[in-house]
Write a protein that binds this ligand. Sequence first.
Ligand code: PEP
Ligand code: MN
Length: 337
Amino acid sequence: MLLRIRRDAGEAAVSDVSDRLRLAGLAVHRTDQEGQVRLAAVGQGATLDWDEVRRWPAVEAAEPILAPFPLASRTFHPADTVITVGRCAVGSAQLALMAGPCAVEGEQQAFTIAAAVARAGATVLRGGAYKPRTSPYSFQGMGEEGLRILRRAADAHGLALVSEVLDPQQVGLVASYADIVQVGARSMQNLSLLREVARAQKPVLLKRGPAATIEEWLMSAEHVLANGNRQVILCERGIRTFENHTRNTLDLGAVPVVQELSHLPVLVDPSHGTGLRDKVAPMARAAIAAGADGLLIEVHHDPDHALSDGPQSLHPEQFEELVRQIRPIAAVLGRTL
Ligand code: PEP
Ligand code: MN
């Protein structure tokens, strides 16, 4: 249920309402919108008599939240959520440009690419130190040494850092280096991982699972929100379909759908979404035109020798050109880079 609290009710009244809901076995989450306190009462608590609740003096209205993901829904929080990371306000009018290698491979590689993407206008460096590879014989990532390198490379160029976490036990370590912890597509429904990243209290980049519906994706976001972390950034990265000309089928239709259902920002990753270098720019432009809050893009200075995802990585000059192309598209939509 969503409870709107009377504007003239004081903090003591808000606490009182919250306590009474908790006593009924419900979890209470608060959001403030344009000066009004809104409480979501969620969970399987003992049934309350909601008509009685509506008569509580501080309660202006109580209405059911119909979405199965109440905290991620616009019913609970109508305004867009904006998540500030370094120089970037994800979900604001300013588009979030996150770029970098699929995986960190060494000092020189990370610094060269960080310099290039920063020069082009990115504000967040991406790079995996723990890689979820389809084959156990592929490069699995540099681990903590890689995180150390990424952090230094990001700092040297005024960038924030997003990096993937694979294992619930790694969350503390990854969160101590990265500004945003990435939950990869393969991990979208790893519930113990979602609970751990919620505890880390760092923004979470939650990729859509390759076979997940939009509702399942938002339910995964709900796990993070319900565990006390409101800073969830969604990322569409393509889903598995019968089509095999592209690595995945980039579902750009998900962008406006998610934006209607949820207040959370949504990015698009056209690199994994297509798997093909020459298809990244057109789909990145389309993503911005569709209203995405930003992009996550793989860039490598020597993609032919990249240890992972070389074929979908842009050369730095291609990334720079892409940013140039996006600027006027963003402007039409009243957004900036
Ligand atoms: C990545 O971002 O490098 C990655 C592994 O992406 P995904 O989880 O979308 O496959
Ligand atoms: Mn990759």
